[in-house]
Design a protein around this ligand. Sequence first.
Ligand SMILES: [Fe+2]
Length: 284
Amino acid sequence: MSRPDPILVDDWHAVVALQILRARGAFATRLLGIRIEIDRVGSDDVGVVRCDTGAALPARIEYGYVFTSLGEPDRDVVHFPEWHEADRLCVSGSSVGVHVSGLRAVENFLDLGHFPFVHTNYLGVEPHTEVEPYRVTVTEENEILATECRFFQPHSSPSAAGGRMIDYEYRVCRPYTACLYKINPIEPARKDFIALLLQPVTEERCVVHPCLAYLPHGLDTRSLRAFQQLIFGQDRPILENQVPKRLPLDPRAEIPARSDATSLAYRRWLTAQGVTWGAIPAPA
Ligand SMILES: [Fe+2]
């Protein structure tokens, strides 16, 4: 296995849901190939150590998860303002291990084109398969932003009462972190928020830690979590069947149909930042 890239070593990564840690008292997992253990210390404090050296690692609690880093983070845990808006229903947990690179999971999350075929009758339906042109930019903060995305969705959210065009925006904040904003079907002036925090376990395995901040109309934690699990249950077999399991960064390598603008931007952006772990770098 190759050495993880400095940008990944020095980043924060979600490694366990707080509710799991509270129930079990201690939790062992892998981060960037290194075995780590997370322990409860006192009522709501946590300690993280790497098992190979015994060294204590930094820890933060955000969005219902424990975050840690194998290096020296020069920036904070990613910031999601929507999570802190008082009237939203915020749900995290239900993390799922997936046998594929976390970079593949991010790319799949950014792919509008798979909706009618993978999330049939929920996030898409034939014959509405056309991905309309949209804008992709890299911001001053070095995040990828895809805007003006639109897609016909028969059942866009657990609160949706029928099909309609749904406006989307995507944001890739860190190599293993992406989020999306989609119009709420009942309150279309505001957007529901979904983030995926990918824990890089090995180069070919990840844990998907979801983070949802929805407008609460008619929803409760259970219905929102059930919808998210249903949708991700449709993605998981597709992800685990991807070959190769690492993400090819060569722009000439296979690209998912249609949503190629965001996929290409993501692959270029990873290459520019020296991300190779979980990827197959483009030939020089
Ligand atoms: Fe999907």
